[in-house]
Each structure stands twice: as structure tokens, then as C-alpha cells.
Design a protein around this ligand. Structure first.
Ligand SMILES: [Zn+2]
Length: 221
């Protein structure tokens, strides 16, 4: 059983509305394109389909169960709800952000992955794969996204957009911004010719050092 008025769900609805506005402001989506969700316990709060982010209100946010059953929805949930649910089922995600951002879409059309030309890509788990094109809203797209996410917190969808996830919406959203920035940086680098990339060993060294420093911060209180 659930209560759509619980504190957690109220907070999730408000958060989704404010981050939806950021999607537009940051140029990660237009109109009502893209979609974002937050998992609270067994319930997923997700943006509805067809409501412009500029007009979105907390009451418009749709609540669905892990099997896709609509629990409280004024409008139908996002057409990519199956993809969000598949990612929650396959990972430890507590929030998922799906964008239609121009730099990753441009890359997706002609490249198999976003390579590591900057060490910050370790924040996404390493070079980001481009999942094969499948029609929006399909279970096949959900499966392709989950496959390409293996070991990563980001995936680029060919001729479509990108998906990131995180332990909360702030982290998932920051990863979407990082992904778009990395794609833009790669495109600029290509103007000098195909750039060399960081090796797996160099990326592993960055990951180990970042982990060591975080550990030090916690111990330092
Ligand atoms: Zn989409």
C-alpha cells in the first residue's frame, strides 16, 4: 500500500518539477521532450507525457509501480516509463534523467561511443556507449539502454538522446550535464583531428585516486 501524500513522494514531485524547469533552462530538452523520475521505496514518480515542462505542476507528476501499473496519474506517464523501470530493476539507481540534448544526439548519429578524452568521464564509469537505434517508448529500447549501461551510469541512445542515473536526482542530473559537456568537448577536440584517448589503466588510476580522496574527506569529518 502507499500514500500519495507521503513526505517522500511530496518531495519527489516538487523536485521533479524544479529539475524539469532546469532541463529547459540548461538546453537538455525542448517542450516536454525527455523525462525524469525518482524512486521512493517501491514507487516511481515520473514526469507525465505531453505536459510542457514550463507548465508542469507537482500534481501532474505520475506515480507508478515497478511493474508499470499507474497508481496516481492525471496524464499518462512518460512514454519512456518502461526504460526508467528497467533501469531501476537492473541498477541501484534512485533517480533517472533522460535528455534530448544536442551534443550527445549529434555524436550518436555517427559514433559508437563517447571516448575518454577527459578524465572526468570516470564519473560516468568510463567511455559511454551508444545503444543501437530502437523506436522510442519500446521495451526493446529499454533493454538496449540497460545492456549499454553495463558498468556505466550513462548511456547515449542513437538518433535519440541520453540517459543517466544516480543515487539521487541531483547526481543523475549532474551526470547528464557532465555527459553533454564531455560530448561537446570531444566535438571541439575533433576539429584538431581524431584525438588520442586515455587508457583503461589511466582511467582506473583516476577512479582509485578519487575514491581515496573521498575516503580521506570522510575520515577527516
Ligand atoms: Zn526520448
Amino acid at each position: 500500500m502507499y500514500s500519495s501524500d507521503s513526505d517522500g513522494l511530496r518531495a519527489a514531485r516538487a523536485q521533479l518539477v524544479s529539475y524539469s524547469a532546469r532541463l529547459l533552462a540548461d538546453g537538455l530538452a525542448l517542450g516536454s521532450a525527455g523525462n525524469i523520475s525518482v524512486r521512493t521505496g517501491d514507487i516511481v514518480a515520473i514526469t507525465p507525457s505531453g505536459v510542457s515542462y514550463a507548465e508542469l505542476r507537482p500534481a501532474d507528476i505520475c506515480l507508478i509501480a515497478a511493474d508499470g501499473t499507474e497508481l496516481a496519474c492525471r496524464e499518462p506517464p512518460s512514454s519512456e516509463a518502461p526504460m526508467h523501470l528497467a533501469i531501476y530493476a537492473a541498477t541501484n539507481a534512485a533517480a533517472v534523467v533522460h535528455t534530448h540534448s544536442p551534443e550527445v544526439i549529434a555524436l550518436s548519429a555517427s559514433r559508437p561511443e563517447l571516448p575518454a578524452i577527459h578524465y572526468a568521464i570516470t564519473g560516468l564509469g568510463g567511455p559511454v556507449r551508444v545503444a543501437p537505434y530502437v523506436r522510442f517508448g519500446s521495451d526493446q529500447l529499454a533493454a538496449a539502454a540497460v545492456d549499454a549501461l553495463d558498468g556505466r551510469s550513462a548511456v547515449i541512445l542513437r538518433h535519440h538522446g541520453a540517459v543517466t542515473y544516480g543515487r539521487d536526482l541531483a547526481q543523475a542530473y549532474d551526470r547528464a550535464l557532465l555527459l553533454e559537456w564531455l560530448a561537446r568537448t570531444y566535438r571541439i577536440a575533433l576539429s584538431y583531428g581524431e584525438p588520442p584517448t586515455l587508457s583503461a589503466a589511466e582511467l582506473a588510476e583516476v577512479t582509485a585516486e578519487a575514491r581515496r580522496r573521498r575516503y580521506g574527506e570522510r575520515r577527516g569529518g
